[in-house]
Ligand binder design. Structure first.
Ligand SMILES: Nc1nc(=O)c2c([nH]1)NC[C@@H]1CN(c3ccc(C(=O)N[C@@H](CCC(=O)O)C(=O)O)cc3)CN21
Ligand SMILES: O=c1ccn([C@H]2C[C@H](O)[C@@H](COP(=O)(O)O)O2)c(=O)[nH]1
Length: 283
């Protein structure tokens, strides 16, 4: 939590105003932030200086791992975060690849589970990684990447947290997640939860112990219309201690994640938080 607040404060103190053409808004921006989450000791990095809707963040991650490509699929498992990008962005609405209401196109999990090869076959990146880690193999290329420049024009948004690299030292699993662009008040609140949960889940289903998760962010920003709430409200609050994430131990395989897992299989204990803050969202 302290590292999150330190990043917010750094943006407020040292950020540079940058015009963003896609959203038509200015963002206060810094370059490069490195966050570390202690998954080994279950220090769940949930924001405590406002109420965090962590279940939606885990649902979003679950949708990525399942290869979802439609905002209705995300809604069905308890996540509303893709409605606006799928249905309210004019550039995507005009895009001939958009297949209709709620379609997100070839983003995130589509690339992770069904990366299209030139010969017509597909690559399931996640399955290869799970199979290797289960056998104790780290070939130094256990990389799940959603970043496919050849298909950017076929999706509603380029992936922000785009590459997850897994590493094994003995039977301890590490994760390094790379993010090119980060909406710190809204997106990072979710992304921290996702990096932590991804390592915890992958360790659990591959029979390894979780170690640390490293989250590397390139462009970290606060949109102009979010700044007063962050500077004057959220940053004035004193954080509480980290809660813990409890994952149903019956989740034992990738197939479990794909088939029966729901948000009821995740629980947070010891979550003390301040009042909610509703930040404006930019499409
Ligand atoms: N401008 C922008 N920021 C983002 O963080 C973002 C995008 N766009 N587009 C793609 C996804 C969607 N994400 C989102 C979208 C909405 C919320 C959001 O509204 N969160 C609220 C409440 C969520 C709820 O009630 O479930 C929050 O207070 O955190 C968070 C992340 C993250 N990503
Ligand atoms: O997981 C996510 C997804 C998106 N974001 C934010 C970062 C930016 O504010 C926008 C994406 O805009 P681009 O113009 O494509 O950079 O969404 C996030 O923080 N986390």
């Amino acid at each position: 939590m302290k590292q999150y607040l330190a990043l917010c404060q750094r943006i407020v103190d040292d950020g540079v105003w940058i015009e963003n053409e896609r959203t038509g808004k200015r963002c206060l921006t810094v370059i490069n932030a490195d966050l570390t989450y202690d998954v080994a000791n279950n220090q769940f990095p949930l924001i405590t200086t406002r109420k965090s809707f962590w279940k939606a963040a885990i649902a979003e991650l679950l949708g990525y791992l399942r290869g979802y490509d439609n905002a209705a699929q995300f809604r069905a498992i308890g996540c509303n975060t893709w409605n606006a990008n799928a249905n309210d962005n004019q550039a995507w609405l005009n895009n001939p690849y958009r297949k209709g209401e709620d379609d997100m196109g070839r983003v995130y999990g589509v690339q992770g589970r069904r990366w299209q090869k030139a010969d017509g076959t597909v690559i399931d990146q996640l399955k290869k990684i799970v199979d290797d880690l289960t056998k104790g193999i780290d070939d130094r290329g256990e990389i799940l990447t959603f970043y496919n420049p050849g298909e950017f024009d076929m999706g509603c948004l380029r992936p922000c947290m785009h590459t997850h690299t897994f590493s094994l030292l003995g039977d301890t699993l590490y994760l390094t997640s790379a993010q090119r662009s980060c909406d710190v008040p809204l997106g990072l609140n979710f992304n921290q939860v996702q990096v932590f949960t991804l390592l915890a889940l992958m360790a659990q289903i591959t029979g390894n112990k979780p170690g640390q998760a490293y989250h590397k962010i390139i462009n970290a920003h606060i949109y102009e219309d979010q700044l007063p709430l962050m500077r004057d409200e959220q940053l004035a609050r004193t954080p509480f201690a980290s809660p813990q994430l409890i994952i149903n131990p019956k989740i034992k395989s990738l197939e479990d994640l794909e088939t029966w897992v729901t948000l009821d299989d995740f629980e947070v204990v010891g979550y003390e938080h301040h009042a909610p803050i509703q930040y404006p969202f930019s499409v």
